[in-house]
Design a protein around this ligand. Structure first.
Ligand code: NAD
Ligand code: IPM
Ligand code: MN
Length: 353
């Protein structure tokens, strides 16, 4: 029996995770097996309970389970804590401790939502690319780091093995996709670390002659993603650039509330929507649960190798959208909206509930 650790976290985290767990329970019931779910506090919620954003107990539970489901962390209540005590630092710690070096962020446009994007329907229709964001290195983790009264500093550095392993994953994924194209995104015209990144990606590419590789500067990439998102197939990039570019990709799909992700390493895996705790809408049952529900689909695909169940979940999401269900973030002006729980129920209905 599979064992999942659920860490709902802060803000809308618990609301969207509840929807995702309901979907998980429904598909396991339908297919006649069980997944054990153990909930642990994390982030601000954990700090308020235990005085620590990430307790050893939560971290050990994450180490011992088959997959982790995370909502989101952070919020105004904790943003003035010293840097190393912020909820966001705990998120970086969990990623690093679990060795989750690759963050897979698919940006796929659902036909029913082409009009929800702030971009023209013709530009976004058919978009389907996958960002491979390096997650445990780069400027997020580089030393030295800090600030004093006169300056602030961070360090962007990549080691050979860090670039090699994410590049390899990206090329392997491209091999399995139709287009077999990888775009490596960097800032090699200015940053030495990026020149190193580029050289390493090209070195690894020699093992994948059937995949086409091209490079793009990150500033141009940000523009190209909104100009013509369909030109991309697989994107591989560093931690900070991947963070920014995947939020941009969010608007192609209509809302940040649509984008799931899988954070994977050699041993562990954690599934999380790309959005944050959305304090502006938390506690009102209006958040879009689809990003987190689709993250569960990624869990079935990557951690349990149950592609059929992943497909069923995606199909149920699509069917609920085709029924016209819209949370506020993906509704057209004046269109009727549904709550988080109503959207979840709409998806569950297409899974036989
Ligand atoms: P955010 O992603 O929380 O919200 C940005 C905007 O998108 C807000 O207007 C929000 O209402 C909307 N939004 C996000 N998810 C939505 C959903 N599921 N349904 C409907 N609307 C949604 O980013 P932010 O406001 O910059 O950050 C808020 C807090 O979340 C900060 O503390 C930040 O550090 C944290 N954060 C955490 C994670 C994470 O835990 N993985 C990711 C990003 C931000
Ligand atoms: C994300 C978030 C995090 C990141 C923050 C909250 C640490 O923005 O998961 O995209 O920058 O990685
Ligand atoms: Mn982000």
């Amino acid at each position: 029996m599979y064992k999942i650790v659920s860490i709902p976290g802060d803000g809308i985290g618990p609301e969207v995770v509840a929807g995702a767990l309901a979907v998980m329970r429904q598909v396991t019931k339908k297919h006649g097996f069980e997944i054990q779910v153990e909930e642990h506090p994390f982030g601000g919620a954990s700090y308020d309970l235990h005085g620590s954003m990430l307790t050893d107990e939560t971290l050990n539970a994450c180490r011992e389970c088959d997959a982790v489901l995370l909502g989101a962390v952070g919020g105004p209540k904790w943003e003035n804590l010293p840097h190393e005590h912020k909820p966001e630092a705990a998120l970086l710690k969990i990623r690093r401790e679990l060795g989750l070096f690759a963050n897979l962020r698919p940006a796929k446009v659902y036909d029913a939502l082409v009009d929800a994007s702030s971009l023209k329907a013709d530009v976004v229709r058919g978009t389907d690319f996958m960002v491979f964001r390096e997650l445990t290195g780069g400027i997020y983790f580089g030393e030295p780091r800090g600030y004093d009264e006169t300056k602030g500093w961070n360090t962007m550095a990549y080691e050979k093995h860090e670039v090699e392993r994410i590049a390899r994953l990206a090329f392997e994924a491209a091999q399995k996709r139709g287009a077999k194209r990888v775009m490596s995104i960097d800032k090699a015209n200015v940053l030495e670390v990026s020149q190193f990144w580029r050289n390493e990606v090209h070195r690894v590419h020699r093992d994948f002659p059937d995949v086409e590789l091209a490079d793009m500067y990150v500033d141009n990439a940000a523009m190209q993603i909104v100009r013509n998102p369909k030109q991309f197939d697989v994107i591989v990039t560093g931690n900070l650039f991947g963070d920014i570019l995947s939020d941009i990709a969010g608007m192609i799909t209509g809302s940040l509330g649509m984008l799931p992700s899988a954070s994977i390493g050699r041993i562990h895996a954690l599934y999380e929507p790309i959005h944050g705790s959305a304090p502006d809408i938390a506690g009102r049952n209006i958040a879009n649960p689809i990003a987190t529900i689709a993250s569960v689909a990624m869990m079935f695909e990557h951690s349990f190798c149950m592609q059929d169940i992943a497909n069923e979940i995606h199909a149920a999401i699509e069917a609920a959208l085709a029924d016209g269900l819209r949370t506020a973030d993906i509704a057209a002006p004046g269109e009727k909206t549904v709550s988080t729980t109503e959207m979840t129920e709409g998806i569950l209905r297409h899974l036989g509930a």
